[in-house]
Design a binder for this molecule. Structure first.
Ligand code: PXL
Length: 279
C-alpha cells in the first residue's frame, strides 16, 4: 500500500480540500496522512467564515514524523493559507521528499474564473510559483497559471500554441510536468493539456463542456489525479480518469434536485475510483 501525505485545510462544510482528498485517496487504496493547515467553518467562497490557523503546529508535527522516520510515496499539497505556510511546505519537501522515491504534487489552489480567492494577492501567487518550481507535477487551472506567470487571464478564444507556451513557462518555473485544467479550444469542449519538460511532449484530453460551475471540482480533480498516479497510472491516464470523474460528479450533482453550489456530489461517484470498481 502506498502512503501519501496531503497538506491542505479542513473546510468543515463545503466539500473541498481535505474533506474530499481524504475519501478520494482512501477509496483509491492509499494510506492517507493528513496535515491540516487550518480549520474553517466553510471554504472562503461563503460571505463569512471562521478561520483557525494551524501554522504553529506544522513544524512540530514534521519533527515528530521525522523522529519516527516515516516515509512517504507522495506529498500532495492544495490550498495553503499564507506565505509562511508555503515556506513550511518547502521544508516538508526538504525533510520528506529529497529523494527519488517521493513524488511532489502541487495544486496551487488559489483562484478561478480569472480571480484569486479571498485573501490572496499577486505577491502570494508569485510565492506559490516558487513552490510549483519545487514540484514534480503541478496542477494549475488557467487562472492560477496566469497569476503565477504574470500573464493576463484569457477566458477563451486562445490558440493551442498559446496554451503550449503557458505550459512551457509553467515548467520553466522548475516543475517537471505541468497539467493545466480548464482548457477549451472549442465551444462544446473542456479539458486538460499537459506538458512533460524532460521529453518536450504535450498530451491533452477533452470532455463535453457542461454549462455549470461548482466549487471544489479542482480539489476533486487533483485528489483523483494524485491517487491515480500513485496507483502507477501514467500522467495521461491519471488526468483522463480525473477529468471523467469530475464530469460524473457534475452530472450527479445536477441530477440531485436538492444540490448545493458549494461543492459537488462526489460521494455518489467514489465507487468508480475503487481498485475493485466498487464490487
Ligand atoms: O477548493 C479550494 C479551496 C480550498 N480551501 C479553501 C477554499 C477554497 C476555495 O475557495 O476557500 C479554504
Amino acid at each position: 500500500m502506498k502512503r501519501i501525505m496531503t497538506i491542505q485545510d479542513i473546510s468543515c462544510l463545503g466539500r473541498c480540500s481535505l474533506t474530499v482528498a481524504l475519501p478520494i485517496l482512501s477509496v483509491m487504496g492509499h494510506e492517507t496522512v493528513i496535515l491540516p493547515t487550518a480549520v474553517l467553518s466553510t471554504h472562503t467562497q461563503f460571505s463569512d467564515f471562521t478561520f483557525r490557523d494551524l501554522t504553529e503546529d506544522l513544524m512540530p508535527i514534521a519533527s515528530h514524523w521525522k523522529k519516527e522516520n516515516f516515509k512517504f510515496d507522495a506529498i500532495y499539497t492544495g490550498y495553503l493559507g499564507s506565505d509562511e505556510q508555503i515556506e513550511i511546505v518547502k521544508n516538508y519537501f526538504e525533510m520528506f521528499a529529497n529523494d527519488d522515491r517521493t513524488l511532489r504534487i502541487v495544486d496551487p489552489a488559489m483562484g478561478d474564473n480569472g480571480k484569486l480567492y479571498v485573501g490572496f494577492d499577486e505577491a502570494f501567487a508569485k510565492k506559490m510559483a516558487g513552490l510549483c518550481g519545487k514540484a514534480d507535477i503541478i496542477l494549475p487551472n488557467l487562472t492560477e497559471a496566469a497569476f503565477m506567470l504574470g500573464l493576463d487571464y484569457q477566458a477563451q478564444g486562445y490558440s493551442e500554441e498559446y496554451i503550449k507556451d503557458v505550459l512551457r513557462r509553467l515548467c520553466d518555473l522548475g516543475a517537471k510536468k505541468a497539467v493545466l485544467t480548464g482548457v477549451s479550444f472549442h465551444e462544446k469542449e473542456l479539458g486538460v493539456m499537459a506538458y512533460d519538460a524532460a521529453s518536450d511532449t504535450f498530451e491533452s484530453y477533452f470532455n463535453e463542456w457542461l454549462p455549470v460551475s461548482f466549487h471544489g471540482t479542482g480539489d476533486c480533480f487533483a485528489s483523483c489525479f494524485a491517487g491515480a498516479v500513485l496507483q502507477g497510472k501514467s500522467v495521461y491516464e491519471s488526468f483522463k480518469l480525473a477529468a471523467d470523474f469530475i464530469v460524473a460528479c457534475l452530472k450527479c450533482t445536477l441530477a440531485d434536485p436538492d444540490h448545493h453550489d458549494y461543492g459537488v456530489n462526489f460521494e455518489e461517484v467514489l465507487p468508480m475510483l475503487a481498485p475493485t470498481g466498487g464490487k
